[in-house]
Design a protein around this ligand. Structure first.
Ligand code: SF4
Length: 278
């Protein structure tokens, strides 16, 4: 379809109006994404756990130590159909995650929060860990932050069921503290297999802790958001996955300024552009 097609222009205009209404944004200035804002990085809502092997790089380690082993059913997951991959995910949740005691977070949880969504999702959102609402319901992003995330997903022209939403750790840290590096390390293989199975076209990391784990970096979210990076955790047998870091919805709720809303929307628009959704 031509760029000058009037129907397409109308559709784009309508989408802009809808997203502006949803996100409370008057307009998104051109070039916003290319100029990360000079925000205080310590303003993130939760302190960040150190990544397993932190470096100053914005890309993950290529060490194959945690890679999905060849011969595992997960190594063939990308070739499986949706139903088979859904089955693999459900099996991991039922047989491993729901009864996991690999780290001390198992002691205080009400329910594990495996994650949910389409096993064929093109976009995977990854946050830090469950909060109180998530712990009670066993579902990710169901509180106020979840409502805002739902609006963001809708503004992208998607249903929540069309993406996959997960966290770095599957059990709630007590008093909403940040998970320790050991807890993150213990839980990371589950997330890696989720990414392996879903094989999204893009990952959107929500907030500093998730971004630091996925990108194996010490840099703060204010420096990283709005700039494409890659998740290399599937190497050497799998592909790199593009990653767009953005602010956590909980942070956005606490700092609900027009500038921050624009920044997040700009990040999401970059993903839409890359995936041909605009
Ligand atoms: S946080 Fe992860 S590793 Fe720790 S007990 Fe829960 S599922 Fe297991």
């Amino acid at each position: 379809m031509s760029e000058t097609d009037p129907n397409r222009r109308m559709r784009i205009a309508r989408q802009h109006v809808q997203t502006d209404q949803l996100l409370g944004i008057a307009s998104v200035p051109q070039g916003e994404a290319a100029a990360p804002p000079p925000l205080d990085e310590t303003a993130e809502p939760a302190p960040a756990p150190a990544a397993a092997a932190p470096t100053d790089s914005t890309t993950a380690s290529t060490e194959p130590s945690g890679a999905v082993p060849t011969g595992s059913p997960w190594s063939a997951a990308p070739e499986l159909d949706r139903a088979a991959r859904q089955q693999l995910l459900e099996q991991m949740d039922r047989d491993e995650v729901s009864c996991c005691t690999k780290c001390p977070l198992s002691e205080g949880r009400t329910r594990t929060v495996f994650g949910e969504g389409d096993p064929d999702a093109r976009i995977m959102f990854i946050g830090e860990g469950p909060g109180q609402n998530e712990d009670e319901q066993g579902r990710p992003f169901v509180g106020r932050a979840g409502e805002l995330l739902n609006k963001q997903i809708a503004a992208m022209g998607l249903e929540r069921e069309q993406v996959f939403i997960a966290n770095v750790v599957k059990c709630r840290p007590p008093n909403n503290r940040a998970p320790t590096p050991a807890e993150v390390d213990a839980c990371e293989p589950y997330l890696r297999r989720q990414i392996q199975g879903i094989r999204p076209d893009a990952i959107i990391t929500l907030g500093g802790p998730a971004t630091k784990l996925i990108l194996d970096t010490k840099l703060g979210i204010t420096r990283l958001r709005g700039t494409w990076a890659t998740y290399d955790g599937l190497l050497p047998t799998g592909p790199q996955v593009p990653v767009m870091p953005t602010f956590h919805p909980a942070y956005l709720l606490r700092s609900y300024t027009e500038d921050n809303r624009r920044r997040v929307w700009s990040d999401l628009q970059q993903v839409m552009e890359r995936l041909g959704m605009k």
